[in-house]
Write a protein that binds this ligand. Structure first.
Ligand code: CTP
Ligand code: CA
Length: 235
């Protein structure tokens, strides 16, 4: 008996969740962004709250409001998200990276609006790589020797070089997170949609767990799985 009420599997736990899509500025009025709506991260935050956790939602750009009863920290860029997540992870039992993090950012941000000019060539945007926040969170957790649970999300389409599951298995290994929740993305799938179909892969090597339904259904299943992983670590 863990002393945790069955309906509140995350009672006494602190869960930090990133959500939404980062925006990488080009100049004061323009940015490079992505189509993440924030819906899945918001659904996870609500599900973790309903499971009894103290929830911190680190929100990049979202098209939906944050749920009530969670602590909200707003960020814009990948570098800001990294800083907030590393700080927030320090006292978290569970860290979930549901945000769509820009892989690259403009190498230079213009301090003033970029203007069209007829006397110079059109601009070329040079990009530099953003840090891999999930990978860093795992590294920090491992070097602290903590039993924190780190969960990643991945959207894969598959291509001529590999199918969705083989890419996802490789990504799980590369990231080193405990669980990876994989979305199968097509041109009209997942981004901004209310329906979702995922496979949950585990580093410990248990069978892939499939789940589908609304983003709320998927969130409840992921939070449930996190609850059972935690009770394995602290039986
Ligand atoms: N992620 C992260 N930091 C990044 C990029 C991604 O923390 N700079 C996290 C995402 O929040 C997600 C997981 O890593 O939880 C997988 O993101 P994904 O974009 O699928 O992985 P990448 O390593 O960026 O691989 P890809 O080249 O397929 O985009
Ligand atoms: Ca990426």
């Amino acid at each position: 008996d863990t002393g945790v009420p069955a309906h509140l599997p995350l009672a006494g736990r602190t869960v930090t969740i990133s959500a939404g899509g980062t925006r990488e500025p080009l100049d004061p009025v323009r940015f490079l962004g992505n189509r993440s709506s924030g819906k899945q991260g918001v659904a996870l935050a609500a599900a973790a709250r309903d499971a009894g956790a103290a929830v911190r939602l680190v929100a990049a750009h979202m098209e939906v409001p944050a749920p009530a009863g969670v602590e909200l920290i707003a960020v814009e860029t990948a570098l800001q998200l990294r800083e907030v997540m590393l700080a927030a992870a320090a006292d978290s039992d569970v860290v979930i990276m549901a945000a769509a993090v820009a892989d690259f950012r403009p190498a230079e941000v213009s301090g003033s609006k970029i203007k069209k000019r007829d006397d110079t060539a059109d601009p070329v945007i040079t990009l530099v790589r953003n840090p891999d926040i999930l990978h860093e969170l795992v590294a920090v957790r491992d070097s602290a020797g903590s039993s924190q649970l780190v969960v990643g999300f991945a959207a894969e389409t598959g291509d001529e070089l590999g199918d969705v599951l083989s890419y996802a298995e490789a990504k799980l290994k590369r990231k080193g997170c405990d669980l990876l929740v994989v979305n199968h993305v097509g041109a009209d799938k997942v981004f901004g949609q209310d329906h979702n179909s995922v496979v949950i892969l585990s580093r410990a090597g248990s069978e892939p767990q499939s789940a589908s339904g609304s983003k709320q259904d998927v969130a409840a299943i992921v939070i449930d799985r996190i609850g059972s992983e935690l009770s394995r670590v602290f039986p």
